[in-house]
Design a protein around this ligand. Structure first.
Ligand code: SF4
Ligand code: SF4
Length: 242
């Protein structure tokens, strides 16, 4: 498939499944046959994921992207052979870096879960094309910095539905891609924090007249309302009763 279709989620899944190294072959930059130039997206994604690997203690050399054309069979053979040699030298995933297996699994699971958030947060950089860029230049290496990735993980948001504002219109639950919103008719909706992938869809989907979804960064999320206290008395009914 086109290198532009290779998603961070695919790379994260490969490592989560214990693969020792991931090799992506792509057409040379500026030689894409389509206006999409997906290989720019691929190189940006690879550079970002390499920084994420560093952040969780993995050697970024376990992920490689090689530009090549269909006529460059020699480049394919040489680069894959060299990559296999490198991976053998690094040893099994995690062991080579001295990371405990359980700890690594939990870190990779966390990264996999945060892929939608990371893609939204870094959307602009993932889409950029460096003008007059050469492949593998120092300029490219500077797109994502270590500090930036630390901030990215420090500022992971949580989404919380304010029980005072939720009107149970169900819009957020219908749009949530992770089925992470506990939803029932005429009941305050609740974000299941364990299932939430931090995509922010509910935040933008909640109608402005309700504005019930709050984005929380750096603070604990209030506990969810107990199930027996979630019934909503709609404002109009309250008003009618009074
Ligand atoms: S941020 Fe909202 S829409 Fe996205 S997964 Fe979490 S609860 Fe669902
Ligand atoms: S979209 Fe807003 S008002 Fe509607 S159920 Fe979700 S949180 Fe409540």
């Amino acid at each position: 498939m086109c290198s532009g279709r290779v998603d961070m989620a695919h790379v994260a899944r490969a490592f989560s499944n214990g693969i020792d190294g991931v090799f992506i072959g792509a057409c040379h930059l500026n030689e894409c046959n389509y206006i999409t130039h997906g290989n720019y997206h691929a190189i940006n994604m690879v550079l970002l994921f390499k920084r994420i690997m560093e952040h969780i203690g993995l050697n970024p050399e376990r992920l490689k992207m090689q530009f090549m054309s269909a006529a460059e069979g020699n480049v394919f053979a040489e680069s894959t052979n060299e990559f296999v040699r490198k991976i053998k030298e690094l040893g099994p995933l995690g062991k080579g870096e001295g990371i405990d297996e359980k700890q690594l699994k939990s870190k990779l699971n966390e990264v996999s879960k945060l892929v939608p958030y990371i893609k939204v947060a870094k959307n602009e950089k993932l889409r950029m094309r460096l003008v007059n860029s050469e492949e593998h230049t120092e300029e490219y290496d500077k797109i994502f910095t270590k500090e930036e990735i630390e901030t990215l993980f420090k500022e992971v948001p949580s989404y919380y539905i304010d029980p005072e504002k939720c009107q149970a219109c169900m819009t957020c639950a219908r749009r949530c891609p992770a089925d992470a919103i506990i939803s029932a008719r005429a009941q305050v909706h609740i974000v299941d924090q364990d299932k939430c992938i931090k995509c922010g869809t509910c935040f933008t989907a909640c109608p402005p007249r309700f504005g019930a979804v709050t984005k929380i960064v750096g603070k604990p999320v209030p506990p969810p309302l107990p199930a027996d206290k979630r019934a909503i008395v709609r404002k109009s009914k309250e008003e009618k009763a009074s």
